[in-house]
Ligand binder design. Structure first.
Ligand SMILES: Cc1cc2nc3c(=O)[nH]c(=O)nc-3n(C[C@H](O)[C@H](O)[C@H](O)COP(=O)(O)O)c2cc1C
Length: 214
């Protein structure tokens, strides 16, 4: 078992929620990748909270193992959140993991392989919580990553857009607010980094969002 200090060095910090791309395996053995938050609790416990309608949630019922693929590249968040609905400059390729059955995404800076256990969740919540036990950590990134406001903004837009996709038929007010926030973030990124891959991700998000909110 890997000690918590190993992932603390990667930025998993008590009380925080960090973003990963989680790979899981379906009942039929099909790999799946989706962005998922990872909550870091006081007793060094990690947990995830997949919503009931997600493939990730379904997969974890059949195979209680997963890989947290760690990246700050918004293009990977975008392609894995909206599978098959968009053109993209990155491809998802899988390769075998070390200690768990679900594969990892090729070329990520680091990986955290975990086993998961469901934990009691209030009955009126639309998600289930799973605690995660770290089995193996691999870090390939040779250098620390610079902070990019544009990349952070683009990942925020992917989160907002995933909520628009889920809610646009049932909650017009919230959809409007989320679309407004995406538009604000787009203006910001177009101002500071208009040629960046982050700007391109937001551009592609706007195409999807305008289809859903039409
Ligand atoms: C950064 C980020 C974090 C996300 N965190 C969660 C999460 O914690 N739980 C969840 O159910 N969906 C989360 N989402 C949305 C899912 O990734 C999205 O609904 C996805 O389509 C689910 O894919 P799946 O059906 O293949 O599991 C997040 C999206 C992003 C961009």
């Amino acid at each position: 078992m890997v000690k918590f200090t190993d992932i603390a060095m990667m930025g998993f910090s008590e009380g925080d929620v960090v973003e990963s791309i989680l790979t899981t395996l379906s009942k039929e053995g099909q790999p799946n990748a989706a962005p998922m938050g990872v909550w870091v609790e006081a007793n060094n416990q990690l947990f995830i909270r997949p919503y009931d309608g997600t493939q990730t949630r379904q997969n974890l019922e059949f195979c209680s193992e997963a890989v947290m693929n760690i990246t700050s590249d918004p293009r990977f968040f975008f392609v894995t959140a909206f599978k098959g609905t968009q053109r993209s400059s990155v491809q998802i390729e899988f390769e075998p993991s070390n200690k768990v059955k679900p594969p990892r995404i090729k070329g990520m800076p680091s990986y955290v392989e975990v086993t998961v256990k469901p934990r009691a969740t209030k009955s009126d919540t639309p998600f289930h919580e799973f605690t995660c036990q770290v089995q193996h950590v691999e870090v390939f990134a040779p250098f620390p990553m610079v902070h990019s406001r544009a990349r952070c903004a683009a990942i925020e837009c992917v989160i907002h857009a995933s909520r628009v996709q889920a809610l646009h038929k049932t909650d017009v007010d919230l959809t409007r607010k989320l679309v407004y926030q995406i538009t604000e973030l787009q203006s910001f990124v177009d101002r500071i980094a208009p040629q960046s891959s982050a700007a391109m991700v937001i551009h592609d998000i706007m195409i999807l969002v305008s289809k859903w909110s039409r």
